[in-house]
Write a protein that binds this ligand. Structure first.
Ligand SMILES: [Zn+2]
Length: 223
């Protein structure tokens, strides 16, 4: 019996509406004929996040799957899902925005969706360079997950991580190469305080994002 092989022209992007996953969306559109997005709703700090993701999907004319993962916030009361908690870094170097097993679960569900839609490629914007202290953003985890997903469904999935070795400056450079720098700059949501585009300018996510952008624009001679 020959198994039907997955369609290599198809890709699913794990999508939050932030800078990184939106860069992945544009990257995917460059390399694959058919791109779909999957967003996980898990009681994010800001409902805005889902709305931003929806709007970008519409504007970029891509099919958008939104999956309910609200059980995550039941399991892990922390600073990403509890609106009244301050963001802090613990003694172990892991910030309290860490949601245990989040990427493990997200990639599992993205894999299940890829199986259903006969999609070979799964794209995630995780990154080891600006290491946030999240162990499930590491390259070794992604490689292990790729093997696990493929074994679990007997399909040859490929997980792509175009940002894995890029710092924020290089991620901005990539978005510029893809012709999407301004779109990403003004339409995505990275800010922990829920402010779209340039953000609040004060939270750790805004600092990292602005530092990368300013360094990139300065080197390019535009700032
Ligand atoms: Zn902010």
């Amino acid at each position: 019996m020959t198994q039907q092989s997955l369609d290599n022209n198809k890709a699913i992007v794990v999508f939050s509406g932030g800078q990184d996953s939106t860069t992945c969306l544009f990257w995917a559109k460059k390399y694959f004929e058919s791109v779909e997005l999957v967003t996980f709703a898990y009681g994010q700090r800001h409902d805005t996040e889902i709305e931003v993701a929806k709007r970008i999907a519409e504007e970029q004319h891509v099919k958008h799957h939104i999956l309910d993962m609200s059980l995550l916030s039941q399991l892990t009361p922390n600073a990403l899902t509890q609106h009244d908690m301050e963001i802090e870094v613990g003694e172990d170097g892991i910030p309290n925005t860490f949601v245990p097993a989040r990427n493990l679960l997200f990639l599992s569900f993205a894999g299940a969706l890829a199986y259903q839609t006969n999609t070979k490629n799964i794209i995630t914007g995780v990154c080891e360079t600006d290491f946030s202290g999240y162990p499930d953003c590491r390259d070794s985890f992604i490689k292990s997950m790729n093997v696990t997903l493929s074994l679990s469904m007997d399909k040859d999935f490929v997980i792509h991580t175009p940002l894995m070795w890029l710092d924020k400056k290089a991620t901005w450079a990539l978005s510029d190469e893809l012709g999407a720098l301004d779109y990403i700059r003004y339409n995505t949501l990275t800010c922990y305080n829920g402010i779209v585009g340039e953000g609040c300018g004060e939270c750790p996510a805004c600092e990292l994002r602005a530092h990368g952008l300013n360094t990139y624009l300065a080197e390019k001679g535009e700032n």
